[in-house]
Design a protein around this ligand. Sequence first.
Ligand code: ATP
Ligand code: MG
Length: 111
Amino acid sequence: MTITTNSPQETEKFGIKLSQKLTGGDILLLSGDLGAGKTALVKGIAKGLGIQNEITSPTFTLMNIYDIKDKKRKIETMVHIDTYRLLGKRQHCLPCRMARKNYKYIKEQSS
Ligand SMILES: Nc1ncnc2c1ncn2[C@@H]1O[C@H](COP(=O)(O)OP(=O)(O)OP(=O)(O)O)[C@@H](O)[C@H]1O
Ligand SMILES: [Mg+2]
């Protein structure tokens, strides 16, 4: 399936929609060049999950964890991992193994 967005706002909106499909334990793999819009998508997903923190790329932290404070929601946490520095180097890296197995895989393309 291909979904085309023409602005960061549209990408975010799609992220909100996508968040409604998540049930907990979902792993989404985002692949795209620097500036492709991965974080824009994650911003939308976070918004849709009720996360109010500002979302930034975990480029240097490798991983950002956001608690979802709304107890009525089934999902309690969103973990945002950047595997850029792990790919190819640590073959035991779980997200890398899943990428190879083609789990829910979203490929972003720069326009
Ligand atoms: N359709 C679009 N969707 C998302 N971002 C877009 C789009 N069109 C243009 N942009 C611009 O592209 C940039 C996307 O940045 P973003 O931080 O989301 O990318 P990224 O893939 O997370 O990059 P990095 O790998 O460096 O973390 C923003 O500056 C945004 O304004
Ligand atoms: Mg990013």
